[in-house]
Write a protein that binds this ligand. Structure first.
Ligand SMILES: [Ca+2]
Length: 150
């Protein structure tokens, strides 16, 4: 039985399989994490373009798109479309950016200039989970306060 000296034992094979499995699991985890990071980076680039378009719109129109009762929450799905349509109509947004890297709409939270405390204007993506208002959301500030007297 000379062959038993040169062959792997079952235990050795199992150890090798376990080690390979661990390495594969680590690799997949890193790949998924890198894919998520790249989607957030793409979202940030989109949102930066949208912010620039909104601020250019403000230069020519005196205010951000559709400030007021039409755009005052992050809840309305039609709200974002109306903001985007206004930017395209004004020529301030050359290429339509209406979906985040996960295929969902960006949100636009307008400051409420009629409120006693005006807040920030934000562009928001709901992030990987698609649910707005939790920890994996990502937002970009367009303006810090109300741009005109209420
Ligand atoms: Ca989220």
């Amino acid at each position: 039985m000379q062959s038993s000296k040169n062959a792997f034992t079952l235990i050795e094979l199992l150890v090798v399989i376990v080690i390979i499995s661990i390495l594969v699991a680590i690799g997949i985890g890193n790949y998924i994490s890198a894919a998520d990071d790249s989607k957030y980076a793409a979202a940030e680039a989109d949102m930066t373009s949208l912010k620039k378009a909104m601020l250019e719109y403000k230069v020519f129109h005196g205010e951000l798109p559709l400030i007021g009762s039409e755009v005052d929450t992050v809840a309305g799905s039609g709200t974002w479309a109306s903001v985007i349509d206004a930017l395209i109509a004004s020529g301030d947004l050359g290429e339509r950016i209406d979906a985040d890297p996960w295929g969902r709409s960006y949100y636009y939270q307008d400051h409420d200039c009629g409120a006693s405390v005006a807040g920030q204007s934000l562009i928001i993506t709901a992030g990987k989970d698609g649910v707005i208002g939790n920890a994996d959301d990502f937002s970009l500030v367009v303006t810090d306060a109300c741009l005109f007297a209420p």
